[in-house]
Design a protein around this ligand. Structure first.
Ligand SMILES: [Zn+2]
Length: 114
């Protein structure tokens, strides 16, 4: 388990990207089986299914994005999307929370300074 917290939407997006590449690689490998139409078709279908899968994942990201909350990151000042109670900033991986009970004391102190 990694200690580094990263943004959930970013994680899913990289998963979709990996699926596209895996699909292309599998379809490419299918070209080595040109002598066997059965294997070539099989590789093409598996590769195609990976690409279809990534399209579904992208669609899923779109649905999740509508459920996420847009916030301005206090660390880098950019607008990021928070999914669930706690999530990380998409740009600087700063841990963010929407739940007041989970906010650290350090954050409260900074907030009350001015
Ligand atoms: Zn940030």
């Amino acid at each position: 388990m990694s200690l580094k917290y990263s943004n959930k939407i970013n994680k899913i997006r990289s998963l979709a990207l990996i699926l596209v590449f895996v699909g292309i690689i599998i379809m490419y490998l299918g070209l080595f089986f040109q002598t066997s139409p059965l294997f070539m078709t099989l590789f093409m279908i598996i590769g195609f299914l990976c690409i279809v899968g990534s399209t579904i994942v992208y669609f899923w990201i779109g649905m999740l994005s509508t459920k996420s909350v847009k916030v301005i990151c206090p660390t880098c000042g950019k607008e990021t999307k928070v999914l669930g109670r706690v999530d990380a900033c998409m740009f600087c991986d700063e841990a963010l929370t929407l739940d007041k009970n989970l906010e650290g004391e350090a954050f409260d102190e900074n907030y009350n300074k001015k």
